[in-house]
Design a protein around this ligand. Structure first.
Ligand SMILES: [Zn+2]
Ligand SMILES: [Zn+2]
Length: 174
C-alpha cells in the first residue's frame, strides 16, 4: 500500500459542502518509474503537484498541474536527455457510482494515483531529441555525426546484419 498511499488525500473537510474549495501543493517521490519508452520519469523522480479541490453536488472536482522531469535518451544520437514536463489534469471523484468508469470518493478520501500517472505517461515524448539540430548516428558505423562533420564511407559496410544473424543462430543452438 505504500506506493498508493502517497496519492491518497482526505477530503473530509469538503464533503457535501458544495461551493467550498481548497488548494494544496503535493510533492511525491516516485517509488517506481513512470513510463517505459525512450523517456520516463525515473524512480526517485519528483512530481510537484498543484491541486485544487472543489466540492460540488456530485462529489469532489479535482484539477491541477504536475511539474516533473522525464529522463531518457535522444532518439537520434542516444545521448542522455532531460525533458521538463508540465501536465494539466481534471477529474470528478463522485460520491456514488453513476457512470461505470467514474472515480469515487472512498472513506472520505480520494486516490489520485491513476489520474496523475495517466496524465504524466500520456505526455511523455515518444521520440525525445537532445536538440532540434541533432544529426544522429551514422547508419553504417554508428559514430556521432555532430562530432564527425564530413564523415562518410567509401563503400557500404554490410557486416552488421550478417553478424547479428550469426549470433542469433548460435544462440538458437543452446
Ligand atoms: Zn541527439
Ligand atoms: Zn560511419
Amino acid at each position: 500500500m505504500t506506493a498508493q498511499s502517497k496519492f491518497v488525500i482526505s477530503v473530509h473537510d469538503l464533503m457535501h459542502k458544495p461551493g467550498n474549495m481548497r488548494e494544496l501543493d503535493l510533492k511525491i517521490d516516485l517509488d517506481a518509474p513512470l513510463g517505459a519508452g525512450l523517456a520516463a520519469v525515473p524512480k526517485g523522480g519528483e512530481l510537484d503537484i498543484e491541486l485544487r479541490l472543489e466540492s460540488v453536488h456530485e462529489g469532489i472536482y479535482v484539477s491541477g498541474d504536475v511539474l516533473t522531469t522525464a529522463e531518457g535518451e535522444c532518439s537520434r544520437c542516444l545521448d542522455p536527455v532531460k525533458v521538463p514536463l508540465e501536465v494539466d489534469f481534471a477529474e470528478l471523484f463522485a460520491y456514488s457510482l453513476e457512470v461505470e468508469d467514474d472515480f469515487l470518493v472512498v472513506d472520505e478520501k480520494i486516490d489520485l494515483e491513476q489520474v496523475i500517472v495517466d496524465a504524466v505517461v500520456l505526455s511523455l515524448p515518444f521520440t525525445p531529441i537532445c536538440s532540434e539540430n541533432c544529426q544522429g548516428l551514422c547508419a553504417q558505423c554508428g559514430v556521432k555525426l555532430d562530432e564527425n562533420p564530413g564523415h562518410e564511407h567509401e563503400a557500404p559496410i554490410d557486416s552488421r546484419f550478417s553478424e547479428l544473424k550469426k549470433l542469433s543462430e548460435t544462440e538458437g543452438q543452446d
